[in-house]
Design a binder for this molecule. Structure first.
Ligand code: ZN
Length: 464
């Protein structure tokens, strides 16, 4: 860093510190005004029967209390004129949580080497808004371009743009030629492309995990097997050694992060179980023995069923969107999956493996995430079990605090549905009401809170 930049930093840092703003969160978090939500039905705690005709009292973006009947500000001890939201004809439940999205992913093709990070940051903001409007108030982003997702996460937190709360991994940890390495270009071209998460050998992989945390990772995502959508012809089985996986998991845990693995082949999944990973993404070719080992160790499965349905399933004619032009080597791998995701989800659920909702959004268009709830019901879950997988269990599996239920003290993250999803699970596909941290972002199916969510201009000026 040049002397000029150091001197500039020296001038700016005291101002930031004086304003009580350190560690990357320079702007005040958005706070909501108190409000009361009248809920015809309220799924306060997923897994328990919904309450009827109750009022949710919201202060400082959190649920303060849940009261019987439809009460006014007076009875809630809030000032007259406190906003009352009438959802007395709706089914109200915690905001949905998706543990596997790619808000600012490049998809196939070479956009990642042609466009600047700012392009992907704006793309991420658009996708984040779409995801929030679909009822997802928290997501875990397991791979976006460069540093974009960290900026997006913080910008949403600061109220600059609307979106769900984000738990982010940044660049996944991958071995050379693994799923997150570069493929398909001349060697000298690939050498010039970023490959931040790539590591080989236990020592190098410890460094890669520490570097990810230093960049801002909330969670460590590991490419433990090859993938279907990359152009490598490496098998979708174990690629990191046991020693490497253990080094990664131990380092992540030592730094207070959960570690989750993209793993398709049985060998890769078994190795991650041995290394004490917290969860397995996809897990396509897990057999009964592998699933039993996951169950015994309490390792979560995030089965991602909907994207494979969307990308093609067994029918080549069903190729969609950006993936219709997949390279043959990639599409062959997708077709080889056939209906395995559905078979796996069914088998895992029947065996009692813990399942949390994740969708690989970005493989299919953002905003369709709720289709995964329906996939789980098709796989044998009751609607209540599916809703739990996408709320309180997802929060538990992801280690995401203060979300997943609407008990007092939890974030006021909620959706209102016209029809009870316990009676018709398809109801989750149409979300007319969305609140996050006590701020209404969608009401009667219309986006309403962009202005409310935006931070005051004066706050920005105060920061500098
Ligand atoms: Zn993914």
């Amino acid at each position: 860093m040049s002397f000029f930049r150091w001197s500039l930093l020296a001038r700016v840092l005291p101002a930031i510190a004086a304003a009580g703003m350190v560690h990357g969160h320079a702007l005040a978090e958005v706070s909501s005004t108190p409000s009361i939500v009248h809920a015809g039905q309220l799924l306060e705690t997923p897994g328990h029967a919904p309450l009827k005709n109750v009022s949710v009292v919201i202060v400082d973006g959190k649920v303060q209390s849940v009261r019987e009947g439809f009460i006014g500000p007076d009875a809630a001890g809030l000032p007259a004129g406190t906003k009352v939201v009438d959802l007395s004809n709706m089914f109200v439940m915690p905001g949905f949580i998706d543990l596997h999205v790619h808000l600012a992913g490049a998809g196939p093709g070479d956009a990642a080497v042609r466009k600047p990070d700012t392009y992907f940051a704006l793309l991420g903001a658009k996708n984040a808004n779409t995801t929030l409007m679909a009822g997802f108030t928290s997501v875990r982003d397991l791979g976006s371009i460069g540093y974009t997702v960290f900026g997006l996460r913080d910008a949403i937190k600061d109220g600059l743009v609307p979106g769900p709360k984000i738990t982010a991994s940044g660049d996944p940890i991958s071995p050379t030629d693994g799923h997150a390495d570069n493929h398909g270009y001349r060697e000298e071209v690939m050498a010039a492309m970023p490959r931040r998460g790539v590591c080989d050998g236990p020592e190098d992989c410890r460094r890669a995990v520490r570097a990810a945390v230093k960049r801002g990772a909330d969670v460590i995502k590991v490419m433990a097997s090859g993938g279907t959508l990359d152009e490598s012809d490496a098998p979708t089985d174990q690629q990191f050694t046991d020693e490497e996986l253990k080094a990664i998991a131990d380092t992540a845990h030592a730094l207070g992060r959960k570690v989750t693995a993209h793993a398709h082949g049985k060998g890769a999944i078994d190795a991650c179980i041995r290394a004490n990973f917290d969860s397995i993404e996809h897990g396509m070719w897990a057999d009964k023995q592998t699933l039993q080992a996951m169950k015994d160790k309490g390792i979560w499965l995030v089965p991602t069923v909907w994207p494979i349905d969307y990308v093609g399933d067994t029918d080549e004619k069903k190729r969609h969107g950006p993936f219709k032009d997949l390279p043959p080597v990639s599409f062959a791998k997708v077709l080889a999956l056939k209906d395995q995701p559905k078979v796996l989800a069914k088998m895992a659920h029947a065996m009692g493996v813990k399942i949390a909702l994740g969708t690989d959004a970005g493989v299919y268009p953002h905003g369709q995430n709720a289709h995964e709830f329906i996939e789980y019901v098709t796989a044998g879950m009751t609607p209540m079990q599916a809703l739990t997988a996408g709320t309180s269990d997802a929060a538990l599996a992801g280690g995401i605090k203060h979300v997943g239920s609407l008990e007092p003290g939890m974030a006021a993250d909620m959706v209102g549905l016209a029809v009870s999803p316990l009676e018709d699970i398809n109801s989750v596909l149409n979300v007319p009401f969305v609140m996050r941290d006590g701020i209404v972002f969608k009401s009667s199916g219309v986006e309403v809170a962009r202005q409310q969510a935006l931070i005051q201009e004066t706050d920005v000026q105060d920061a500098f």
